[in-house]
Design a protein around this ligand. Structure first.
Ligand code: GLN
Length: 304
């Protein structure tokens, strides 16, 4: 497969001027990102890499990081985790407060904000230094000890994070939050602020395309069963109320973030990350989704 040729075709076909959405602005720091940025990186099972554009530039990975925190919680809790968070698509926006009341504070899945906040509660309760352990985890699977939080983004989100703070308070009232609100949201805002490039994301997500093992070292980070579960959740819940559309158009498990990044994997074949900050009205990268649709169409490789 000539992936570089496919990526070159995608780069030549796509233009940020052709999309109608907007860069996220509800987190003030994110509104400053250049809407023309566009990059893509694919990391294959045979260790070959291909890329174009701004694929080496760091950006705020936002909700893509929820896959990392979920992985850490699965390592800590195993199957008991599913008592605290469900595994069903929500069909609602990522920051929705509805459904919780009817489901006793158990969020529909770990990728909506409510679910990721419960996962944050679990990590804050069980780990001595959760932010450091998160960095250690991400640095290890990426093979880059420099990966860090973007303190400006985390502070910016905290200053406007009323919905997320409301979600934690509400779930605490319903009995599904154990720690105090402040350390949970502090962890969550830092988690979302992780700053990584498409290249680093594609490398990190290779563990989900390689049955839980780091491709370069062979070290097993997650069991094959955990990887099956995480990939199933990415397929059904990775794009909130657009999960059906992403499956329909692209046909890969994946995860988006409001920083404009999307990561998707093809089990045993590749891991791919794309970044374009202009979002559609569901909060997913407009050009990113189009680029991934072209990738699975031109390569003939989707999971379906
Ligand atoms: N930090 C963002 C929030 O909580 C993450 C949302 C996202 O990327 N979909 O609103």
């Amino acid at each position: 497969m000539d992936y570089q040729k496919i990526l070159n075709t995608i780069e030549s076909e796509m233009n940020y001027r052709d999309v109608e959405g907007k860069v996220a602005s509800y987190i003030p720091e994110l509104a400053k990102v250049d809407p023309r940025k566009f990059g893509m990186h694919i990391y294959c099972g045979d260790k070959q890499h291909f890329c174009f554009g701004d694929s080496d530039e760091n950006f705020s990975i936002q909700s893509i990081a929820k896959v990392f925190s979920l992985s850490m919680a699965m390592i800590l809790m195993g199957e008991d985790l599913w008592k605290r968070v469900d595994v069903e698509p929500s069909g609602d926006p990522f920051n929705s407060l509805t459904q919780l009341e009817y489901e006793q504070g158990v969020p529909r899945n770990p990728f909506i904000n409510a679910g990721a906040l419960v996962i944050s509660d679990i990590l804050v309760a069980q780990l001595e230094d959760p932010k450091q352990e998160l960095l250690d985890f991400v640095r290890k699977i990426t093979g880059n000890p420099e990966i860090d939080f973007d303190k400006k983004i985390a502070a910016s989100e905290k200053s406007t994070g009323y919905r997320n703070i409301a979600l934690v308070n509400y779930m605490k009232a319903l009995g599904n939050i154990k720690c105090e609100v402040e350390p949970i949201v502090d962890f969550y805002f830092n988690l979302c602020s992780l700053s990584m490039s498409c290249k680093e994301l594609a490398q990190a997500f290779m563990i989900y395309a390689n049955k839980g093992k780091i491709l370069d070292t062979g070290e097993e980070i997650l069991t094959p069963t955990s990887v099956k579960r995480i990939n199933a959740l990415m397929q059904t819940c990775g794009f909130y109320d657009e999960a059906g559309e992403f499956s329909f158009e692209v046909g890969l498990p994946g995860k988006s973030g409001v920083g404009g990044g999307i990561v998707a994997i093809h089990p045993d074949q590749y891991s791919v990350a794309v970044w374009s900050p202009i979002l559609n009205h569901k909060g997913n990268s407009e050009l990113g989704m189009k680029a991934l649709e072209r990738l699975t169409t031109l390569s003939g490789l989707s999971v379906f």
